[in-house]
Ligand binder design. Structure first.
Ligand SMILES: Cc1cc2nc3c(=O)[nH]c(=O)nc-3n(C[C@H](O)[C@H](O)[C@H](O)COP(=O)(O)O)c2cc1C
Length: 181
């Protein structure tokens, strides 16, 4: 699938078939994530591929009941948790050199965007999850000190016709030379 087409046709998927996703396919999407750019190529991202039903169930319970992706985490054949090693992105030899310490969010987001686009090009669905208890998820996944869980996505074959939610038009979000209200 061509890149612009993948970008435009990817949609959040919240209902999945039980059809398993084979290891080779999972490796392809992780490979896409691996090639994302990162701060000084520090590659702070770490990915946990969860297939275990009871762990998926526990992860689903870290989402609020009102989160529309809760059952997707429970029921999709795979969940990928995107984690970050802290104090790498924006740091040099352990010292913060950037004017902020959370560049890891940016790096992990880039890797995750690669992952979801690759998944979409292979006919798989995903949905970024941000509204969850990241500390509880870290405890479930036995994440050590110095790392955190940034986001998760279910991964599987879509079992829904996704709705396309509209985007702002370019004149609403683009300015030239200086910001103008
Ligand atoms: C940082 C981030 C966090 C998100 N968190 C959630 C979430 O917790 N639950 C959910 O159902 N969707 C979540 N989404 C998905 C957005 O709602 C979705 O991407 C947006 O509505 C646009 O729809 P589309 O992905 O189908 O184009 C999140 C997306 C992003 C980028």
């Amino acid at each position: 699938m061509e890149v612009l087409e993948a970008i435009k046709t990817r949609r959040s998927i919240r209902q999945y078939k039980t059809t398993p996703v084979d290891d080779k396919t999972i490796e392809l999407v992780l490979e896409a994530a691996r090639w994302a750019p990162s701060w000084a190529n520090t590659q702070c991202w770490r990915f946990i591929v969860v297939r275990d039903t009871s762990i998926k169930d526990e992860l689903a319970n870290t989402l609020s009941a009102r989160n529309p992706a809760t059952e997707a985490v429970r029921n999709a054949p795979v969940v990928i948790a995107a984690c970050a090693q802290l104090e790498k992105s924006g740091y040099y030899h352990g010292e913060l050199i950037a004017d902020r310490s959370d560049w890891y969010m940016f790096d992990v987001a880039l890797a995750m965007q690669n992952l979801v686009l690759a998944a979409h090009s292979l006919g798989l669905g995903t949905v970024f999850i941000g509204l969850f208890d990241a500390q509880k998820a870290a405890s479930i996944l036995e994440i050590p000190e110095g790392l955190c869980v940034v986001s998760m996505t279910p991964l599987g074959y879509p079992d829904q016709e996704p709705i396309t939610v509209p985007r702002k038009e370019l004149p609403e979000i683009v300015y030239y030379d200086k910001y103008s209200a």
